[in-house]
Design a binder for this molecule. Structure first.
Ligand code: ATP
Length: 297
């Protein structure tokens, strides 16, 4: 059976501020999300009952703990649907790399099943369910360049959509998101007044050098947590900066380190230099809100 074939895109965090610990145990964040055109393929096929998943990646579970299955089950319950769905995922987004692969798959399944089951919920109707699945899932209902507040699950598209070429270096060092946040907590000083992302947005509107304001607060904690990563990041960063990256940063809680370039030839040179230095590396383009929507319809 043919089924509904969808693309499920990755994200990077162009900046991330950890403002403190909330009463509910989550962190209060301020981040700028950016979708890129690196993507998994997700195929949804109707079946009489039950939700099943098949993914070709050894680190992704083929069972009910898969975030894509949890999304389908949640929507099925919510909309009281009896029929089932078979989900097939072709993984290209590196797993557990801070690129949001699982969250993206979950949002893609919600959007896809809304169409397949003709529920008519749309992005706003799916938002509440998306939040229950994970803090990054609501962003993937929108895509493009967006500001994420609260747990990162309160998402607002930015007026100016960032355009550029992204080079991703994958150091292949596993990092636990929880461990990175624990280290960050130990070092956390109250940051309510931090306004770097505000500076970025306002300077960006003026067309001034806005990029220097962006950084990832989790970077230091991640590098202390994994000293082997720290050594690699030093080398990766040096190449990205030398080749003219506007921004070089860790994505999410890592361990993917990326550079954002205005020009394709600089990105290609950085990619080649990193590959020659032995890093696993890939290149992508930023995906704006409009292009994200079009890619999904
Ligand atoms: P986070 O920062 O939310 O941990 P990430 O972007 O670093 O996410 P993911 O690729 O989403 O990393 O994978 C995180 C974990 O989720 C992995 O250990 C993986 O086994 C599990 N997982 C469950 N479902 C999926 C899925 N559909 N795709 C990828 N990973 C999944």
């Amino acid at each position: 059976m043919k089924g509904l074939r969808l693309r499920s895109f990755a994200k990077v965090n162009l900046g991330l501020e950890v403002l403190g610990l909330r009463d509910d145990g989550y962190h209060e964040l301020r981040t700028i999300f950016q979708t890129i055109d690196l993507h998994d393929d997700v195929v949804l096929r109707r079946q009489p009952r039950g939700v099943t998943v098949r993914c070709d990646h050894p680190l992704v579970p083929n069972d009910p703990t898969n975030l894509a299955v949890r999304a389908a089950e949640a929507l099925r319950r919510h909309a009281r649907i009896r029929e089932g769905v078979a989900i097939e995922i072709v993984k290209r987004i590196p797993v557990a790399g801070g690129l949001g692969g699982g969250s993206s798959n979950a949002a893609t399944v919600l959007l896809g099943l809304d169409r397949l089951w003709r529920l008519g919920l749309g992005r706003d109707g799916l938002h509440r369910l998306a939040r229950t699945l994970g803090a990054d899932v609501p962003f993937f209902l929108l895509g493009g360049t967006a500001l994420g507040l609260a747990r990162g699950d309160e998402v607002y598209p930015l007026w100016r959509q960032v355009q550029g070429h992204v080079v991703l270096a994958l150091p292949g060092i596993p990092l636990s998101t929880a461990a990175v946040f624990r280290r960050q907590d130990a070092a956390l000083t109250p940051r309510e007044n931090s306004s770097r992302i505000f500076y970025f947005v306002s300077r960006d509107l003026e067309g001034e050098g806005a990029w220097r304001f962006l950084a990832n607060d989790l970077e230091e904690a991640a590098l202390v947590e994994a000293p082997a990563l720290a050594r690699q990041v030093q080398r990766i960063r040096a190449v990205l900066v030398r080749e003219g990256a506007r921004l070089a940063a860790l994505s999410g809680s890592g361990s993917t380190y990326f550079g954002l370039f205005s020009e394709a030839h600089r990105a290609r040179r950085a990619q080649s230099a990193l590959a020659a230095a032995g890093f696993e590396v890939c290149r992508a383009r930023t995906l704006s809100l409009d292009r994200y929507r079009r890619a999904q319809s």
